[in-house]
Every structure is written in structure tokens, then in C-alpha cells.
Design a protein around this ligand. Structure first.
Ligand code: AMP
Length: 541
């Protein structure tokens, strides 16, 4: 298909804010696509080139700016001036290409398949000179693109389509295109985790799919409960499990063949050969898909901080060395498929009953600690002992609930100790990108040290657009370094966070993990001091 048809579709979708209208436009479009193109078109219509939206193309906006300069011959200033006005490199690309005179001479047509092929190759470009190669791959597309096509190619690469098409829109559109009930499309998606595949199946007249081993399933998510008591009251039949602070894995096994997927459906088998081996030894079922949490453990079996584990996840080399330095164990808590039987619509009670006999306990793999009770005292004792053992808290689960892939439906509730908040002062800020281009969107946090302010982290999420606008308005810039600015230390913010970690990055020597804004504190003129942070750091141990 000509990519120009897709560009027209994107424009049409962008021009309406109405969800229903979007589904209608998209449904009609899917209905007009040749069967062989459907897979790629569905992914591209969502702004994706891989089924998992998190798959990273590895192109930062800085690099995109360079590519645009190269392709259009524009200077850095031209790029920055359009970008500052719009906050959108897609529009920048379009504007610059319009300006470029020789553009009219290009007669080559760009196909959707070519766009797909080039973009899909990006994550596989590795090694020396890979940045240049990647730039070349994108530049090739932009050179033969019309201005409006360039707008959407750039946005696809950066993962910011701005056409308001969410998974729900695609589901509704496919239901329309194939005259089916939404629930049928949704169920296919639950099992395949890939709307491209769903569309292909529908086009073949199939409305059922079974779980496929080695194709990752979207994972079920948890909600946060106010406290243990309110969580227990929600369910008639509840289980309390330790909530381990680690890394979610979905293990697929067929005889000796094992693959490990992350919560984002990435294949992480290479980083965890030890889990691969223990899965082979400890999972008794011939064929299964089970889920659990990987945690790093110290010599005495106590959990090590998540930071250490994340070194294992990121490391793609010297894996053997990492295996010895950071040993891990897996605590299994769910079974989605066992020996030919798909268990996703089965209640947790039965899934747990199927999981138990599957697991031969070893020092590397065992079941999650799990008790079934609605008695507050018993649950509370379990909760306290999990905290004493250095774990994050507990999960309270509805034993009668099915497995709902990719959803937070309140069947699993996490209960964690709330950390005391900290009052920090803003000392720096970074301009936002994309939708947040109008504001500062990330803020450097500091607290009082012995000899002046010391940095303690960066707050980039948990702020609403209203709050971003307010912070941006209030900030007084001291030094402007382009995207980053230093600001007058006068705005005090109360922040919540997941954890305090040691960190060489910030001048306090510590860092807040996932800091989020609770409120702006107009009633205070001073931030907390580093002593308080150290006290909280020790307390969490
Ligand atoms: P959160 O990431 O805070 O939303 O909490 C959900 C995550 O907790 C899951 O994705 C798992 O990675 C993790 N987790 C740890 N222990 C368990 C457990 N027993 N059951 C389910 N999830 C768990």
C-alpha cells in the first residue's frame, strides 16, 4: 500500500477528537486493506512497527534533529525555532520538507512495507558506527517522503503519534470491520497480545485462538489498596502473597526448550541462563506458561535491592560473571497454561492448584509464599513478617477471579508501607517533548545539605498537565542551557517515592526512586535536610 494512504488516514484521525468517529474511520480503512497488508497496516495505524508497544527503536529526539538537518539541509536554529513553537518534531520535519525546493523533483512513491522494513531493522543495528547506520535508515525514508508523510514517519519513530488511537479504538475498529462483537476481538487480543495477529486471524475467518507457547502474553496488573483491611474486605475468597520487589517474568516451557519474557513481553532469556536452567529442572509440566517474580538474593537468602537486579537485566555481556555476582531466585505465583490447557479464564483458585504440583522446589525456584484467609489478624501477621524479611509488602488476590491480561481490574491489590514524604526544593528543570513541549516536564529535586543544597533526584512523572503548567509558570530561570535550565531554589514540593537508594548520580549520594508530586508547598520556605533523608534510608532497611 502507498504510505500516502496511511498518511491521509492519520490526518483524518488527527482531525477528530471523537472516539466513536475514530473507530468508524479506522474500521472502514481496515475493511479496505488487502489481506496480505493487514498485519503491518494495523500495527502502523497504532504507530507501532512491533506488536509490543514498548519495543524501543532506540532513536532519541536529539538524533532525530540531526537526521532532519541532514535530510533537509536545515540548520540547528531552524529545527529549534519550529520545535519550540510546536513541541513536535513531526511538524518540524513537515515544515522543513515543504521548504526544501528540490522536493518537488522526487517522484518515488513510498510504500507502507518499505517504512515497516526500515523501521523494524533499527533495533538490530548494533556495534561500531551503528548510530550513523540508523540515521541513514531513517534518512532514506524521509528523503523519499512527502512533507505530510514525513510528519508521521518521524512521529512513529519517536513513538508519539498524536492521532488519539488507543488499543480500545483498534479493538472497536476491528469489530466494525468484521461485523463482530467487541468482546470477541478483545478475547483474541488477550490470547495473542498483538492486534496485527488478531486482524490476520479475523481476516481468515477465525474468532478463536489458543495460547501459543513462546509467544508472550500480556501480564495481569495490580491496583493499589489503601491498606490491608480494605483489601481483605473486597474479596469473598482471598489469598495473601508476599509482594517481592523484583522483576516479573513469564516462563514458557516445552520440554527442554525454555524462554523467559519480561512484563513488557521482551525476551530476556539471554540475561537469565540460570533461570532457564532452573525452569528445566524445577518445572514438572512438559509444557507450561507460568509467572513469577525474580529477585536478587544475598548469601543468607535475604532480598537484595532492586538496583542490583536491574544491572543483570541491562547487562548483555559478561553474563557469566553477573550470574555469580548477583544470584537470583524465582518465586512463582501463577499458571496460564499447563499441558495443553489454557487457564486464563479459570479462577485463580484452580490456577494455583495447577501450579503447585508443577513446581519442584529448589534453591532457585519455588512457589510464592501464599496463605488463604480473610482473617485480619492472620493476614496482618503474614504482612508484618513479609516486611520484616525485607520484602515490599503483600498482594491480596481474589481467588475466584480469572487472569485478565494487560489489565488493572482490581482482582489483585498491592498493599505496601507508605514511605514518609519529603519536602524538596526545585533546582533545575528540563523542557518537555511532544505533548508536554509547552512546559518543563522534569524537575531536579534538592534538599538541604551541610553546606548548601544537594541534589536527590529527578521528578519526571506523577505530575498532571495542570501541575506542569503551574510549575512552569512559577519557575525563575537562573541559567538557560537549552533543554535544561537551572532555577532559583524557591519552589518547595512535597514528593512521595518508592524507595531511597544510594546513588553516585546526585550530589547527596542518594536518589529517590520514582519520585512523584504530592503537592506544591506554599506554606514552607525550606526543604527538608539530608539528615532526614538518611534517617528514612536507614529505616527502610
Ligand atoms: P507494581 O509493579 O507495584 O504495580 O506491582 C505489581 C508487580 O508486583 C507485578 O507486576 C509483579 O512484578 C510484582 N509481584 C511481586 N510479587 C508478586 C506476587 N506474589 N503476585 C503478583 N505480582 C507480584
Amino acid at each position: 500500500m502507498d504510505y500516502s494512504r496511511l498518511a491521509r488516514l492519520y490526518e483524518e484521525l488527527e482531525s477528530t477528537a471523537k472516539k466513536l468517529k475514530k473507530a468508524e474511520i479506522l474500521g472502514e480503512f481496515y475493511g479496505s486493506v488487502e489481506k496480505k497488508d493487514l498485519y503491518g497496516i494495523v500495527l502502523l495505524s497504532m504507530g507501532q512497527v512491533f506488536p509490543s508497544e514498548q519495543e524501543n527503536l532506540g532513536i532519541a529526539s536529539e538524533m532525530m534533529r540531526k537526521i532532519l538537518q541532514k535530510v533537509t539541509g536545515a540548520g540547528e536554529k531552524d529545527v529549534t525555532s519550529v520545535f519550540n513553537a510546536t513541541g513536535d518534531l513531526g511538524i518540524v520535519a513537515e515544515a522543513l520538507l515543504k521548504k526544501r525546493k528540490q522536493h518537488t523533483l522526487i517522484s518515488r512513491r513510498l510504500s507502507h512495507a518499505k517504512v515497516m522494513e526500515n523501521l523494524q531493522s533499527l533495533p538490530y543495528v548494533e556495534g561500531k558506527g551503528s548510530q550513523e547506520k540508523k540515521m541513514g535508515i531513517i534518512a532514506e525514508l524521509l528523503s523519499s517522503a512527502s512533507p505530510v508523510e514525513a510528519r508521521y514517519i518521524v512521529r512513529t519513530v519517536l513513538g508519539e503519534m498524536r492521532i488519539g488511537v488507543a488499543a480500545g479504538t483498534v479493538r472497536d475498529a476491528l469489530a466494525r470491520a468484521f461485523s463482530l462483537d467487541k468482546s470477541i476481538v478483545e478475547r483474541l487480543f488477550d490470547v495473542t497480545g498483538d492486534y496485527g495477529r488478531v486482524a490476520t486471524l479475523l481476516a481468515q475467518g477465525k474468532t478463536e485462538a489458543s495460547v501459543e507457547l513462546f509467544t508472550p502474553l500480556r501480564v495481569m496488573l495490580a491496583d493499589r489498596a489503601k491498606d490491608l483491611k480494605s483489601a481483605l474486605e473486597k474479596f469473598g475468597n482471598a489469598a495473601i502473597e508476599t509482594k517481592y520487589d523484583g522483576f516479573r517474568v513469564q516462563i514458557h516451557k516445552d520440554g527442554p526448550r525454555v524462554k523467559i519474557f519480561s512484563r513488557r513481553m521482551e525476551d530476556v532469556t539471554r540475561q537469565f541462563p540460570d533461570i532457564e536452567k532452573s525452569s528445566r529442572e524445577s518445572l514438572r509440566a512438559q509444557r507450561c506458561i507460568v509467572e513469577g517474580e525474580v529477585i536478587a538474593v544475598g548469601k543468607n537468602g535475604s532480598p537484595l535491592p532492586f538496583q542490583l537486579l536491574s544491572r543483570r537485566i541491562q547487562r548483555k555481556h559478561e553474563i557469566e560473571k553477573m550470574l555469580r555476582e548477583i544470584p537470583v531466585v524465582v518465586r512463582l505465583f501463577d499458571a496460564l497454561y499447563v499441558n495443553g490447557e489454557t487457564l486464563m479464564s479459570t479462577p485463580l483458585r484452580e490456577r494455583w492448584a495447577k501450579l503447585k504440583p508443577c513446581v519442584k522446589t529448589s534453591s532457585h525456584m519455588s512457589l510464592a509464599e501464599h496463605v488463604e484467609t480473610r482473617d485480619f489478624d492472620e493476614a496482618n501477621a503474614f504482612y508484618k513478617s513479609a516486611l520484616r524479611a525485607g520484602q515490599e509488602g503483600v498482594m491480596v488476590k481474589n481467588m475466584e477471579a480469572p487472569y485478565q491480561p494487560g489489565k488493572r481490574v482490581g482482582y489483585w491489590l498491592k498493599v505496601k508501607e507508605i514511605m514518609e514524604t519529603l519536602d524538596c526544593v526545585l533546582t533545575g528543570a528540563t523542557h518537555g517533548e511532544g505533548k508536554r513541549g509547552k512546559w518543563f516536564s522534569s524537575f531536579l529535586l534538592s534538599v538541604r545539605g551541610k553546606d548548601g543544597l544537594v541534589e536527590i533526584g529527578r521528578m519526571a512523572s506523577g505530575t498532571s498537565e495542570q501541575e506542569l503548567e503551574e510549575l512552569t509558570r512559577r519557575i525563575e530561570i537562573v541559567e538557560d542551557m537549552g533543554r535544561e535550565v537551572t532555577v532559583k531554589p524557591k519552589i518547595i514540593v512535597e514528593v512521595a517515592y518508592e524507595e531511597i537508594q544510594r546513588s553516585p548520580t546526585y550530589s547527596s549520594g542518594m536518589a529517590l526512586r520514582f519520585p512523584r508530586l504530592v503537592r506544591i508547598r506554599d506554606d514552607k520556605e525550606e526543604a527538608d535536610d539530608v539528615k532526614k533523608v538518611s534517617r528514612l534510608f536507614r529505616m527502610q532497611k
